[in-house]
Design a protein around this ligand. Structure first.
Ligand SMILES: Nc1ncnc2c1ncn2[C@@H]1O[C@H](COP(=O)(O)OP(=O)(O)OP(=O)(O)O)[C@@H](O)[C@H]1O
Length: 223
């Protein structure tokens, strides 16, 4: 399979205006199977907007987005967890898996809850969860549906060091299965070792898009 064949998502000249405000401009990007992209930039740079465009949730006002996998193979986790508060942790996972057309085995759900550190809270309503527990359940949901392309917007929000470690393992395992992952992060130095590519945006424009190993962040790219 050639590199071009493996492209799961292609952006060409993508831009976004909110009213007259330019938020994203001139983004070109190919995301290939097995790549982990870290999206970095200062607050308000347009990272979430760009991730939303990639995930098909925000319509760009310029350029094109070409998705080369089925929509059902995408998984997205934004700032909101979108859990069902009246459903238990287990029921949330089962419901979500079914939405994606899966018939999850009880053992699969148990394993996902265990990895998320939620085995003891499996039968509790998600609405009672702390921010960290809710985030862990949301992340478990993302990995459970076996997507080809994952978008995570600051997935470390609310996670303690151990959960962050689990998340990094999940990301590495997904990458090794050939899953592509695009990840907005504020913890650049901690997260960079897991990324093989970096997209840096600042002042609405693309500052860098390429190999993580060649990325030399400047102060203005990060804050
Ligand atoms: N729906 C919207 N309508 C109008 N303006 C918006 C909307 N969403 C985002 N913006 C503005 O677009 C700019 C970029 O926002 P965005 O959330 O994409 O940046 P970000 O880099 O993810 O920021 P942060 O690091 O703070 O999360 C901000 O100035 C924001 O206020």
């Amino acid at each position: 399979m050639s590199g071009e064949d493996q492209v799961l998502l292609a952006l060409r000249g993508v831009g976004k205006l909110y009213g007259r405000k330019l938020v994203v401009k001139g983004v070109n990007l190919d995301v290939r199977a097995g790549e982990v992209w870290l999206v970095v930039g200062p607050n308000g740079a347009g990272k979430s907007t760009l991730l939303g465009i990639m995930a098909g949730l925000v319509r760009p006002t310029a350029g094109s987005r070409e998705l080369r996998v089925e929509q059902e193979k995408l998984a997205y986790l934004g700032h909101q967890t979108f859990l069902y508060p009246r459903l238990t942790a287990r029921e949330n996972l089962v419901f979500w898996a079914r939405m994606y057309g899966h018939k999850p085995q009880a053992a699969q759900i148990d394993a996902a809850l265990e990895r998320a550190g939620l085995a003891a809270a499996a039968e509790e309503q998600a609405g009672r969860f702390s921010r960290g527990m809710a985030q862990r359940l949301s992340l478990a949901r993302v990995f459970l549906v076996e997507p080809s392309l994952i978008f995570l917007d600051e997935p470390g929000t609310g996670l303690d060091a151990r959960s962050m470690q689990t998340l990094r393992h999940e990301i590495a395992a997904a990458r090794d299965r050939g899953v592509a992952l695009v990840w907005v992060s504020h913890q650049v130095s901690a997260d960079l070792p897991l990324a093989d590519h970096v997209l840096a945006i600042g002042e609405s424009r693309m500052r860098y898009a390429g190999l993580a190993s060649d990325f030399e962040p400047t102060e203005s790219m990060l804050c």
